[in-house]
Design a protein around this ligand. Structure first.
Ligand SMILES: NC(=O)c1ccc[n+]([C@@H]2O[C@H](COP(=O)([O-])OP(=O)(O)OC[C@H]3O[C@@H](n4cnc5c(N)ncnc54)[C@H](O)[C@@H]3O)[C@@H](O)[C@H]2O)c1
Length: 398
């Protein structure tokens, strides 16, 4: 007789881009992975309404009331895909109501909010927390972590991480992503959060000091989307266009020291013309190097210093072998490659294994609120370094 699995009723907050990515993950995760609990798409909540979204993605209920949904008895897992300033209120309410909580990155828009979320998680240790640093769900990045742990590159000297996009030119209106009150920061929390997490995930090291941060807002005013003329792209001379101030960065770069003694550099921008989603990391160690680029996400590059000079060179590993590469056994035959959405499905499998008490079956760890709080401290240190033009010791950022 087939085993009956316990249901895990999910409530999703936010019916936007990430709401779609997570809905797709809940729809598919139990079809590909063997899970201890079955995700049930119970309620989707969006303050602007979610009826059509619920009907399209198969959510049983739609709501506009986040407080009631976060506290509803039937809900087991609260999943937050709202803009950053709403992460803390929803997460803290949900933890206090006894729910497991998953939240999009960055953990919050501000370090104060992130701390409140970590403290709420600390106060409810039997409830799981999870942060969607989705690139951990890419098999090639997870393989990089495994190879570092297996000693393939030895002591780490350098990490070079970049996250480059180009979508935020002057024609883009003043979305929530450009308002400090809603997002906390711009490219920094949006993109540097990912690569700081990737650095710590792959190397197993922490960032201990930050310096040399440069934070720039190149486009200081943008058209208000609600203004009479709407999007600036459609406006003509004489139209009444209202502009508002951009209160976040467009680009932030900084240097850091790692707990193992190595150095690291991070660069995030939304204004790198021609770079669409260039999330890249390179690690140089005493025995070799690894590099990965999300735009070629199924491949990991490896250089082994012990190879003979005659055949020394970068090896391009296609990370699609079910017998060898993380997550792949759940998917397709070898070389039938994965895409962006699989990262979310893979991380959803980790989340549901943790909730179902099958932590032993988790092959690649997902970050908790405590882990993501550490990333937020690094982001804050970079802001302080840029403001003060100084070195910031992480022990001074709490
Ligand atoms: N993991 C990733 O790679 C990745 C990619 C993009 C965005 N994100 C993160 O996901 C989050 C959302 O980004 P997005 O691009 O999906 O935004 P979005 O603007 O597409 O969608 C956000 C939705 O949340 C709704 N909302 C706002 N406050 C709410 C509340 N209190 N309760 C319920 N709904 C609420 C809005 O009405 C909107 O529909 C952000 O934190 C962002 O940083 C992560």
């Amino acid at each position: 007789m087939a085993e009956t699995k316990k249901d895990c009723n999910v409530a999703l907050f936010g019916a936007g881009f990430m709401g779609r990515a997570h809905s797709n993950a809940y729809l598919n995760v139990a079809k590909f992975f063997d899970l201890p609990v079955r995700p049930v798409m119970h309620t989707v909540c969006d303050i602007l309404g979610a009826d059509a979204f619920a009907a399209n993605w198969g959510w049983q209920h739609a709501s506009t009331d986040w407080r009631a949904t976060a506290a509803a008895d039937e809900v087991d897992l609260v999943d937050i895909t709202t803009p950053n300033h709403q992460h803390a209120p929803v997460a803290v309410a949900a933890l206090e109501a006894g729910k497991h909580v998953a939240c999009e990155k960055p953990l919050a828009g501000t370090l104060d909010d992130a701390r409140a979320m970590k403290q709420a998680a600390d106060a409810h240790p039997d409830q799981r927390t999870h942060v969607w640093f989705s690139y951990r769900g890419c098999p090639a990045l997870a393989l990089a972590r495994k190879m570092v742990r297996d000693g393939k590159i030895g002591r780490i000297f350098h990490v070079r991480a970049q996250y480059l996009q180009d979508w935020a030119g002057p024609d883009v209106p003043l979305l929530w992503r450009f308002k400090g009150t809603e997002s906390g920061s711009g490219a920094h929390g949006d993109l540097n959060a990912h690569i700081v997490d990737a650095c710590c995930f792959v190397t197993g090291e922490q960032i201990t000091e930050v310096c040399g941060a440069i934070m720039e807002t190149y486009i200081k005013r943008r058209v208000i989307p609600e203004s009479e003329a709407g999007n600036i792209k459609g406006a003509t001379v004489g139209d009444k266009i209202e502009y508002g101030d951009v209160t976040v960065d467009d680009a932030v770069s900084f240097l850091a020291r790692l707990s193992g003694g190595g150095s690291a550099s991070f660069e995030a921008t939304r204004l790198a013309a021609g770079r669409k989603n260039a999330n890249r990391i390179e690690i140089n160690g005493e025995k070799g190097s690894l590099r990965w680029d999300f735009e070629d996400m199924n491949w990991l590059w490896y250089y082994n210093v012990e190879d003979d000079a005659e055949r020394a060179g970068w090896q391009k590993i296609m990370c699609t072998d079910a017998t060898a590469h993380p997550y792949v056994a759940a998917w397709w035959p070898d070389a039938h490659i994965l895409g962006y959405e699989h990262g979310f499905v893979n991380l959803a499998s980790t989340l549901l294994k943790n909730i179902g008490g099958a932590a032993d079956a988790v092959e690649v760890p997902a970050p908790t609120f405590q882990d993501a709080y550490e990333t937020q401290r690094v982001l804050e240190a970079a802001v302080l370094s840029a403001q003060n033009r100084s070195w910031i010791d992480l022990s001074d950022v709490k």
